[in-house]
Unconditional design. Sequence first.
Length: 129
Amino acid sequence: MAKEFTYRGKTIDELKKLDTREFAKLTKSRQRRAILRQTQSIENFIKKCVEFQSRKKQIKTHLRDIIIVPKMVDYTILIHSGKQFVPIQITPEMLGHRLGEFVPTRSKVKHGAAGIGATKSSLAKATKK
C-alpha cells in the first residue's frame, strides 16, 4: 500500500480546502512572503486553470515565479522555458516551489565534430583538393 502524501501533517484533500493565505501559513518564510505578495496573481492563475480545464484547452504561461499551491495539483501546465513551452504535471511534492524550478532555461551543450577550416590540418586538407 502506498504511503499517503502529507504536507506539514495535512493530507492533499485538507490542503485543497484551504484558502491560499491559509496555505501560506504552512510554508517556509520565503515562500510565505512570496505567496502573500502574489495572492491576487495566484488566484487569477487558478481561475485561468479551471476555465481552460473545463474547455479542454492547454494552460500556457510565462509566469515562472508563481508559487505552486494545492489548488494547482493534478493540472498539466505548459511553462515557457524562453524558447518553447514545456508540459509539466503538477504533483503534491511540488507544493511551495516555483513553476520555473521545473523547466530549465538552459539546455546542455552538445558539441559536434569540428568543421572544415576549424583546425589548421582540416584547412590544409580542404585547400589540397
